[in-house]
Design a protein around this ligand. Structure first.
Ligand code: 5GP
Ligand code: ZN
Length: 136
């Protein structure tokens, strides 16, 4: 199902042109218009899911398999030195387009990009408290 006014629904279903590098019945993979590095691509499901939590499990499994296949191809063809998978959920996490997408980011020794965070310094007790809260 598509959602009205969703740009990634329109791109994934070919209503708005994009530089596709892969397409099947369920997905389109496009080059990001604001790439972090050469070859940065986005896996888009053709159906609308706002984020990971809306994505059906079967679709989620296919996303990771596709990421592995295309990642291999990118590493090989672009002579990349490393590879980041990234996927943002919610504004607080940096999501700007609210249609699920997985970032595929080939990395190069000299690409001068930083996908980093400032490490915190929790105490043992703090870690234990968090562990209790979220243990599954
Ligand atoms: P987010 O921040 O939501 O995880 O990532 C959104 C990504 O989509 C950004 O990397 C941005 O450059 C990319 N993007 C936004 N609009 C378009 C578009 O119209 N076409 C393409 N190809 N990429 C887009
Ligand atoms: Zn959508």
């Amino acid at each position: 199902m598509q959602e009205e006014n969703c740009i990634f629904c329109k791109i994934a279903n070919g209503e708005i042109p994009s530089k596709s590098i892969y397409e099947d019945e369920e997905f389109r993979v496009i080059l990001d218009l604001g790439p972090a590095a050469k070859g940065h691509a986005l896996i888009l499901p053709k159906s609308h899911y706002a984020n990971l939590f809306e994505l059906p499990e079967e679709t989620a499994k296919k996303v990771i398999v596709l990421a592995k296949k295309l990642g291999n191809q990118m590493m090989d063809k672009l002579h990349a030195d490393g590879f980041n998978l990234m996927q943002n959920n919610g504004e607080a996490a940096g999501q700007t387009v609210f249609h699920f997408h997985m970032h595929l980011i080939p990395r190069y020794k000299d690409d001068n990009q930083k996908i980093q965070w400032v490490p915190g310094k929790p105490t043992g007790e703090e870690l234990e408290e968090i562990q209790k809260q979220i243990i599954y």
